[in-house]
Structures are given as C-alpha cells and as structure tokens.
Design a protein around this ligand. Structure first.
Ligand SMILES: NC(=O)c1ccc[n+]([C@@H]2O[C@H](COP(=O)([O-])OP(=O)(O)OC[C@H]3O[C@@H](n4cnc5c(N)ncnc54)[C@H](OP(=O)(O)O)[C@@H]3O)[C@@H](O)[C@H]2O)c1
Length: 358
C-alpha cells in the first residue's frame, strides 16, 4: 500500500490522480491533498490550501512526512519547485506532471532525484516506457510528438485575433488553462524538450519535435541500430498517472487499449519554426543556461497570464517571452540563481505592464 500526497489536487491532473487511486484501493491511499484556492471535494488525513496562513511550511512538512511514499506534483508553474525539491531530498518518490520544475532547475532537481522521479507528462511517460530495459548509450534520438493545438491545422487563423475561448478549446486533451494555452503556442513542446533533456540525460541536439495531430503515438525513441520504439494509447492522462504511481507494476484495465484497426491512420508532420517559434526559443534558452530556462519559464507564465486576463494578444505571447529572454542578463546554476532568474522575468513583465500591446 502506497500513501500518496497530491499537490494540485483540485486540478485536471490532481482529480484524475484521485480517480486512479479510487480504482486501486488495494494499492494506494490518499495521505494529503494540497490545492490553491479551491477546497478539494474529498477529504484526507491532511488537507492544505496554499492561500491559508503558514501553508508553505505545512506543505513542506506533508511532502516530507514519514508516512508519505509518493508525491504527485501537479501545480502549474514555478510554485511546484520548492515542494518537489523538498520531497526528493526526503527520499520520496515524485510523480511529476509539473514540467516547469525541470525547466527551471533541471540540474538541481536531477541531482536529488536518484531514480525516484517518474514522469506523468504523456510524452515523457512514453519515452520512459520505451527505455525500460535499454541502455542510454543505445539511444540516438528522442522524438516528442505534439498535437499541434487548435491553430496548427488552421494556417489562415490570425493569431493576434485569437480569443481566450478559442485558445482553451484543445482538439485532443482536456487540461488546465495554463498548459492548454502552452499547447496552443506550442511552448508546451519547448518546455517538454527541456524536461526530456534533464529527465533522460539526452543532449538537446538529439531531441526533436514532430506534429502528430491524432495524439495516439505519445513519443518515439530512435536507437543506434535504426530501430524506433513508440508508445501508443488513447489520449487519457489516467494512463501515464497510473504508470507513474504503479511502477514497476502495470495496473490492469486503466483505460481500453488503442485498437490499431480503429485508430486507422497516424499522421506526422514537421513543425513550422516560423509560425511556431516557441520550441526554437526554448532550445536556445536551454543551450544558454545561466538561468535562461528559468527566465523563459517565468516570462511564459507571465505572458500566458496576461493573455488570459485579456491584456496581451495571443500572437504576442511568444514574442513577449523572446523579448524578456533577449533582455535577461543571466544568473547562475544554483537555487538562489534560479529563483533570481524567475523573479527577474516577473519584474520585467511588471515593468512592461501597460506597455504590452493590448
Ligand atoms: N492537465 C494535463 O492533462 C497535463 C498533462 C501534462 C502535464 N500537465 C502539467 O501538470 C501541471 C498541472 O496541470 P493541470 O492541467 O492539472 O492544472 P490545473 O487544472 O490548472 O490545476 C492546477 C492545480 O494546482 C493548484 N494550485 C495552483 N496554485 C497552487 C499553489 N500555489 N499551491 C498549491 N496548489 C496550487 C490548483 O488549485 P486551485 O484550483 O484550488 O487554485 C489546482 O489544484 C502543469 O504543470 C501542467 O503543465 C498537465
């Protein structure tokens, strides 16, 4: 029996994690639920809302509690970093949905992880599964699949005129607002590229992105002998969640298997870097290092939040992130430097507020 703490319990990943736990009561028990402003609909021995007094210290106590076996991190953005690091330092298993954690502080987090970090992001879960039983030396390339979001298949769409409702209407996945907007700008894939680089120790120059509108192939791994492995499944996050919680056991009947004859065709297309420059921007930030990925992440969070508030056109989200990165002076690799880079980007946006094109 594994006792689980869920960070982000009221969200999309959090509620699907609760569903998986309820389906397998002989395997898992909920120890604690952490949310932002909403209260979870179910109870648990420990329930913490982040807007309560003293919440930060109580969350740290919970993720390091001796009774806690697994921490599921599903808080969007930089807020997920501290509790994830605390859980890993306390030798807990962390099932990670919050890709921002590895984008901001990949080296620091991986130094603490010691095989205890399990991906929930479907692409990284796919790569992880393809790598079971393989040696890293035999891997030549990782290929992340991207659905393309709502605008990839609409080249005529004027991205500056996109409404919040249009950006939130993802064709394949039902997710929280931040990650849904990231999918529409394809920054989500940029963040995932950095996440994959840290998680699997593969060079950035050996990780690619391909558009796959059906979202059935969740990612691919190419090997030095020319073999390619892929993981297929219906687009349903309960599967990668169950894999992260249950590893090394595969839990029975989590979702129905994708039937090849029903799936029919699978399409793959190259990503157009001019129309969707976010992946290239993320790649360059990761190559630059010195806090640039943390700056990219915070600038993206601020730009997405400004778009959701109606203060920034959709088509200006990525140019605004690029402008912040261009002005960023660079920091260093330790936690203080990462947090300083995060703060720098948020101050940059505050200083720009009112001057962003509405
Ligand atoms: N959804 C997906 O299918 C999916 C797939 C892959 C990866 N991810 C990643 O998973 C993470 C979560 O995404 P999501 O779609 O589940 O987001 P979401 O639906 O917006 O849920 C976010 C959750 O985090 C909580 N929260 C917000 N700020 C918090 C804080 N400061 N402290 C504690 N809890 C806080 C929210 O609580 P309140 O609602 O009470 O404010 C909510 O429970 C993101 O990093 C995303 O990129 C998501």
């Amino acid at each position: 029996m594994k006792r689980v703490v869920i960070l982000g319990a009221t969200g999309s990943i959090g509620s699907q994690t609760l569903e998986v736990i309820q389906r397998f009561p002989d395997h898992f028990q909920v120890l604690g639920l952490v949310s932002g402003r909403r209260s979870p609909s179910q109870t648990a021995p420990y329930v913490i809302r982040a807007d309560e007094a003293g919440a930060e210290a109580r969350i740290e106590e919970l993720v390091t509690h001796p009774d806690c076996d697994i921490v599921v991190t599903a808080i969007p953005g930089a807020q997920a970093l501290r509790p994830t690091l605390a859980a890993l330092r306390a030798k807990k298993i962390v099932a990670l949905a919050s890709k921002e954690v590895l984008v901001m502080a990949g080296e620091l987090v991986m130094a603490e992880a010691q095989q205890r970090l399990r991906p929930i992001d479907s692409e990284h879960s796919a790569i992880w599964q393809c790598l079971w039983g393989e040696s890293l030396e035999s891997v030549s390339r990782l290929v992340l699949t991207a659905s393309g979001g709502p605008f990839w298949a609409r080249p005529e769409a004027d991205l500056d005129a996109v409404s919040v409702a249009e950006a939130l209407a993802h064709p394949r996945w039902s997710m929280g607002p931040k990650v849904t907007v990231d999918s529409a700008t394809i920054m989500n894939k940029g963040l995932e590229l950095i996440e994959a680089h840290h998680l699997f120790g593969v060079g950035l120059d050996r990780i690619d992105v391909v558009i796959h509108p059906q979202s059935v192939v969740h990612s691919l791994v190419e090997f030095v002998d020319g073999s390619v492995k892929a993981q297929l499944g219906h687009p349903d996050m309960r599967l990668p969640i169950a894999i992260a919680l249950g590893y090394p056991e595969r839990l029975p009947g989590v979702i129905p298997a994708a039937q090849a004859a029903e799936v029919g065709r699978l399409d793959f297309h190259p990503l157009d870097p001019d129309r969707f420059p976010a992946v290239g921007l993320a790649r360059r930030a990761a190559e630059a290092g010195k806090g640039a990925p943390a700056c990219l992440n915070a600038a993206n969070e601020e730009a997405v939040a400004a778009f959701l508030r109606g203060e920034l056109p959709f088509g200006r989200i990525i140019p605004a992130v690029a402008a912040a990165l261009a002005a960023f002076p660079g920091t260093g690799p330790d936690l203080d430097a990462v947090l300083a880079a995060d703060e720098w980007a948020r101050d940059y946006f505050k200083a720009k507020s009112g001057k962003l094109p509405a």
